[in-house]
Write a protein that binds this ligand. Structure first.
Ligand SMILES: [Zn+2]
Length: 205
């Protein structure tokens, strides 16, 4: 089985509880300490086996093989990936079975993560996720006063649109936000705006 490690919790000295996002599920597995285990990190894509265990109530993580990509060793890209993938954990941790959309989305991001500003890739993917979940407010109606936003558009958590005077956040060009929401592209935003969008996204899916 293959999946992405979306959370690691250390328990009892060196044992780990590892949460993995697979093709169609979120798996919580236990890894007992062992010197011969391969090193695992948050964000790694791994091939693994899940084994029912007598020693713990949750299944054991076994036969781990890291399916590495070249950008795994690039610190900045890896840190951005870990911040991004952690959002999936916070968003999906209480769900056992998931749509293949999430795994496929991570796959498509991982494929191009080394090719451009990863924060752009993440923001574009996030807009697709919001679309998939029916939470993308592309009508650009203010979440606060429920009036259409003609100018001074700002975005808050979950990319909810608002008037600047309703939410007091940084403003974005209305047309640029429309491009992001409709075409899932950040091309209209400069790097500074991408940084702002990234920070809004990190507040949580
Ligand atoms: Zn408003």
């Amino acid at each position: 089985m293959q999946g992405y490690i979306i959370n690691i919790t250390r328990v009892k000295d060196e044992d780990l509880i590892v949460v993995i996002l697979t093709h169609d599920s979120i798996k919580t597995l236990y890894r007992f300490y062992g010197a011969r285990h391969s090193t695992i990190h948050l964000g790694y894509k791994i091939d693994f086996e899940s084994l029912a265990s007598l020693k713990s109530t949750i299944p054991q993580l076994r036969s781990v093989l890291h399916l590495g990509t070249p950008w795994n060793i690039h610190r900045e890209r890896m840190l951005a990936w870990q911040a991004f993938i952690r959002l999936f954990y916070l968003h999906l941790k209480d769900i056992a079975l998931i749509d293949t959309f999430y795994f496929d989305l991570l796959e498509s991001c991982a494929d191009i993560w080394h090719k451009q500003n990863p924060k752009r890739i993440a923001i574009e993917a996030y807009s697709k996720l919001l679309r998939f979940e029916g939470r993308l407010h592309d009508d650009l109606i203010c979440f606060n006063c429920e009036e259409p936003i003609k100018e001074d558009l700002t975005l808050i958590r979950a990319f909810l649109p608002a008037h600047k005077h309703c939410a007091w956040n940084q403003t974005f060009e209305r047309l640029h936000v429309k491009t992001l929401f409709e075409e899932h592209s950040t091309i209209a935003f400069d790097d500074e705006e991408v940084e702002s969008l990234w920070k809004i996204m990190l507040e949580g899916f």
